[in-house]
Design a protein around this ligand. Structure first.
Ligand code: ADP
Ligand code: ADP
Ligand code: MG
Length: 470
């Protein structure tokens, strides 16, 4: 097994990896920039090293991180998600310096990080791909011709895009003309590449993704799917495992496709193959070559510790499971509690957490790096807590989600928690019928998103009475 691991990340995922290290007997090394001096991952790791004053530069400096790993005697680096996790150069630098990168080989990251190369590889492997470009677009003229032949609406996408950015829907040639330069400029600014491509827009699809694990001995397994259709602006809000809207046949088929996709590119470690589903049609969308924010719900339904498997695979050990060993039980939901104001166009709401009370009880898991008194710095992701609930049936998991959201206290900042309580009450969600258009189609749910839960009101009343008596 690995001996000492540098965690090139921060926040809840860094804490998650520290926990996996502690259980596996691996010494953990945290890194931090100045605004993160009092962050939980710094407190919880076995060692912590400063990367300087700049909030971001240190976390994004491959050479510095590799040097630090060498100086502190680490044999491996875990990149988490975001930051350098899908940076092929970083993985290559690790390879060159004899540091194990916990993820796939750098050439595989490079290929799958480029959405057009990934599409080409999948087509060649016989995995159905969203109809559209082969290679990148050369100019607007080509885009217009291609769009006319596949039919509107189309999606214009940044080839190196991620995190829901660099994607525009175009319903007509006029819109495509307008969006083309915009997506190019956004792609250049956000991802450092002007490459764009075009694919058919699948109207109101479901986002279904499959978790896979692959070791260095040629074994690939899948851990079933997650339904991430509850999104806003192409970013996931609530994730569900397994999808309540797949038949067993569809589940087997799509799991098999994901294994085929991973095997075709010689994938190693944990990864996610994302698909769009429309009726009975399945289209490959992209592959994420890292641990995903929502890996938690797959852990809850399968009992597999995905981060532990990542560390084992990186150490060269074979997978702990064969496909037939992996079963799922019940349903799990993950709520991304973001420091944002749902009543105010999801404006970020950073600042001090004046009071935090963690929800608990049966079937509840919280992955977070916040605590009472913690100041959420404005430089990073607005996601401040992942609330995960598990139960045996769909109805029970919704009730448990409601209960856990109501249990939680998170004061000092605005969050998306109360908005999720409204979503859970919607009849379509209750019936397990939703697609990626659910959030934009239900703006009315935002209206109640600052409504206090009855138990919160009861507490306030109790406090008022107590104050009156004393
Ligand atoms: P997941 O697919 O695991 O749900 P997200 O898409 O929410 O992950 O991304 C996780 C984090 O990684 C977010 O902070 C997001 O902004 C960041 N991210 C993802 N892809 C990229 C990318 N290509 N470039 C920069 N940041 C990215
Ligand atoms: P990212 O790398 O940012 O995660 P994806 O390619 O995975 O980008 O797309 C993010 C989301 O955008 C999807 O989950 C889906 O909701 C929407 N989307 C992307 N491509 C299409 C498409 N061709 N048709 C319809 N929706 C799409
Ligand atoms: Mg995606």
């Amino acid at each position: 097994m690995l001996k000492k691991l540098l965690i090139a990340n921060r926040g809840e995922i860094a804490v998650r990896i520290v926990r996996a290290c502690a259980e596996a007997g691996i010494r953990s090394v945290a890194v931090y920039t100045e605004p993160d001096r009092y962050a939980l991952h710094v407190k919880r790791a076995d060692e912590a090293w400063s990367l300087g004053a700049d909030p971001l530069a240190g976390y994004l400096d491959p050479q510095r991180l590799v040097n630090l790993a060498l100086e502190t005697g680490c044999d491996a680096i875990h990149p988490g998600y975001g930051f350098l996790s899908e940076n092929a150069q970083f993985a290559r630098l690790c390879e060159e310096h004899g540091i194990i990168f916990v993820g796939p080989r750098s050439d595989v990251i490079h290929k799958m990080g480029d959405k057009t190369q990934a599409r080409d590889a999948m087509r060649a492997a016989g995995v159905p791909v969203t109809p559209g470009s082969e290679g990148n677009l050369t100019d607007l003229e080509e885009a217009l011709q291609l769009a006319a032949s596949i039919g509107y609406p189309v999606m214009l996408k940044a080839t190196s895009g991620g995190g829901g950015r660099g994607i525009r829907r175009c319903d007509s040639a006029d819109e495509l003309k307008m969006q083309y330069p915009r997506v190019i400029s956004e792609a250049t600014k956000a991802f450092g590449s002007a490459d764009v491509f075009l694919e058919k827009c699948i109207v109101n699809p479901r986002h279904i993704e499959v978790q896979i694990l692959a070791d260095s001995h040629g074994h690939v397994v899948h851990l079933f799917e997650r339904d991430c259709s509850i999104q806003r602006r192409n970013q996931k809000l609530i994730e569900i495992a397994p999808s309540p809207q797949l038949t067993p046949e569809q589940r087997n088929y799509i799991g098999g496709l994901a294994v085929k996709a991973a095997a075709a590119v010689g994938y190693e470690n944990a990864g996610t193959v994302e698909f769009l589903l429309s009726g009975n049609e399945v289209y490959f969308m992209e592959m994420n070559t890292r641990v995903q924010v929502e890996h938690t719900i797959t852990e809850q339904i399968t009992g597999v510790d995905i981060v532990r498997e990542q560390l084992r695979i990186a150490a060269g050990l074979p997978l702990s499971y064969r496909q037939e060993d992996i079963q799922y039980r019940g349903f799990a939901l993950q709520f991304r509690i973001n420091a944002e104001d749902p009543k105010n166009d999801f404006l970020p709401s950073f600042g001090r957490i004046t009071h935090y009370y963690a929800p608990g009880g049966p079937g509840v898991r919280v992955d977070t790096a916040i605590y009472t008194g913690y100041d959420i710095p404005p430089y990073y992701d607005s996601m401040c807590l992942k609330l995960v609930v598990w139960a045996l049936t769909w109805d029970e998991v919704i009730a448990r989600g409601q209960r856990a959201l109501a249990d939680m206290r998170l004061h000092g900042i605005k969050t998306t928690a109360s908005y999720y309580q409204q979503i859970l009450q919607h009849p379509d969600f209750n019936r397990g019928h939703f697609h990626t258009g659910f959030v934009p189609e239900h703006p009315e749910l935002l209206q109640y998103s600052d409504k206090k839960h009855p138990s919160e009101i009861a507490l306030a009343v109790a406090a008022a009475i107590a104050a009156h008596v004393s």
